[in-house]
Write a protein of this length. Structure first.
Lengths: 143, 146
């Protein structure tokens, strides 16, 4: 599948993600990492589940507001078949738990703090993602 | 209550950023990784912009004695480059490459009502819960007296 290179929405959206990361540290003193925030919402629930649930609801609500209230369209296309979504989801869940973070926590917040763990983690998951897409699309023939 | 309102509003900004940048769409993410095929460099610009804003913003914020709504900053203390970090991150990249979903992209995608996002997130939460059970079991085996 082909997607268009969209430099201006990418820069605007990326800046908003950065703004959210800075604001969550400034107000709530927290890393804006989706893995860490979600993990505290699974049993046994973290004592401070309130702000975590609120952040998640805000993140889910944003595209709803953009579509319903703003009349915008949000780009979405997924071609992976359901069994692969399930397998991939399990691998991602186990991976981000043991790896202590994902693209938002390590890739944005961690690298911004020049954390060696986050730099190594981000280089690692970017490399295995490139290798996986190469195998899926160009060796196995894709979905 | 004020902490929840703050986190909710900030979550809204985060989700808008993901949606506007196109990172809620697995196709766009996968095309960034497909260097040898239909390459779409958008994700690099999303990361570059997010990193620039965060790095500059953190410099000012972390100089303050404490956050506005909390007594202290919660920053990771672990500095070790260990096996769980490497193996976990490597696995995450494989799952990301299969599906095109990462946690930060998939959660806002739930709001689009797309079945694939719901299937992925359900499975990912099961994966996190399973991993936590594995870690707790292993730690109990290593230190049975505690």
């Amino acid at each position: 599948m082909i997607t268009d290179f969209t430099p201006f929405p990418a820069l605007l959206g990326g800046s908003l993600i950065g703004l959210a990361a800075v604001a969550l540290m400034a107000f709530n003193g927290r890393i804006a990492g989706m893995t860490g925030i979600m993990t505290g919402l699974l049993p046994p629930f973290a004592a401070d589940w309130g702000w975590r649930a609120a952040f998640l609801l805000g993140a889910i609500g944003a595209p709803i507001l953009m579509v319903l209230a703003g009349g915008h369209t949000v780009a979405f296309e997924s071609t992976a078949p359901a069994p692969w979504l399930i397998v991939g989801g399990l691998i991602v869940g186990v991976g981000v738990y043991f790896g202590s973070g994902c693209t938002s926590g390590h890739g944005v917040c961690g690298i911004a703090r020049l954390s060696p763990r986050s730099i190594v983690a981000t280089l690692t998951f970017m490399a295995t993602a490139v290798a996986t897409v190469f195998v899926v699309r160009h060796v196995l023939g894709g979905f | 209550m004020i902490r929840m309102l703050s986190a909710g509003a900030i979550g809204l900004v985060f989700g808008s950023g993901i949606a506007i940048s196109g990172m809620a769409s697995p196709a766009k993410v996968l095309n960034f990784f497909d260097i040898f095929g239909s390459w779409d460099p958008s994700l690099a610009l999303v990361m570059a912009a997010a990193l620039t804003v965060t790095a500059i913003g953190y410099r000012f914020v972390l100089k303050r004695p404490r956050p506005i709504l909390e007594p202290k900053f919660h920053l990771p203390a672990n500095r070790k480059l260990d096996l769980p970090l490497l193996a976990g991150s490597a696995a995450f990249g494989i799952g990301w490459g299969i599906t095109g979903f990462c946690p930060g992209g998939a959660i806002p995608a739930l709001g689009l009502g797309e079945p694939s996002a719901w299937i992925f997130v359900g499975s990912m939460l099961a994966g996190i819960a399973a991993a936590r059970t594995i870690r707790v079991t292993l730690e109990q085996r290593v230190a049975p007296s505690t």
